[in-house]
Write a protein that binds this ligand. Sequence first.
Ligand code: 3MF
Ligand code: MG
Length: 343
Amino acid sequence: MATQYRFSFGPWNLHEGADPFGPTVRPTREFAEKLDIAVRLGFQGIQFHDDDVIPADLPAAQMEKAVGEVKRMLDDRGLVAEFIAPRLWEDPRTVDGPVTSNCAAERRYALDRSRRAVDIARMIGTRDIVWWPAREGTYIRECKSAQQSFSYMLDYANALLEYDRDIRILGEMKPNEPMDLMYLPTTGHFLALCYRTVDPARSGVLIESAHCVLAGLDPSDEMAYALWHNKLWSVHLNDQNGLKYDQDKAFGTVDLRRAFNQVYVLEQAGYGADGAFVGLDVKAMRTQPFEVAWRHLENSREIFFQLVEVARKVDPQEVRELTDARDYEALELLIVKHLMGLR
Ligand code: 3MF
Ligand code: MG
């Protein structure tokens, strides 16, 4: 049975085009318009940082009403919130952590802010908390104890799992940027931590293609490994041209075969049948004008569907015969011909 894929993106994917070397190049888009674009392009879910929903300093007494207003905007359009990710990398208290900071007050900030993110998640109607540990690592090795940091990371995950017995934590791991070196740099590292939490059944991962590439790993194998653990609860599909800054290029635009392999793995696993989203984390090129600075989303989704078509055309019997004969050269040509539309 064909999987009905549901897609999501985050409001940060419709952005103003600033990069570390230049200011914004496009005006800010209204939140409501971002939601309208999601609907028009056929997306069903919106990914949120906590402060994409409400300001980080909004008083507790005003939270419920403010979150309710955002939820209504989603409801009106038939959209749902996929997850909430506490943004633990912009506040001054997060400059060296905050979860693995040597400063207890900063570690406490991480927890307070993340518990609040859980509250937002419950109010907006999702149980998924994505943890991208942006600054949990070091600029220089000697400034923190790595072993102590792993304990802090476990304590943090446990505290959130205990704070709300229904939520799930999805680690989104990345080996570098903004830090020189991140703790738990890959999916495998975080999966090991999952089994040491107070509730492994609520501890899993979101895998971003580019993050795997930056770690020198193949995204499809990473996804397969998480699927094997029944812990692939979301993905951030995108593409990445080699070992450099995190590019968040449209899915499949750098390495089509690598993209195909991700789709092939997801298809064969029936990914999404349980409601998991095909999430994108893609950026529009800086050169793109405001009016069409959503094409990277549309294109990523289209390329995904085209690759689903390709994956479904690959004849399992033909693959079996070639693998049985160990004629991998022929199998390779078969796949490449499929990708060239020659099969
Ligand atoms: C960084 C990322 C992040 C996360 C987001 C949600 C800004 O490389 O991928 O995007 O995806 O914070 O976890
Ligand atoms: Mg991401």
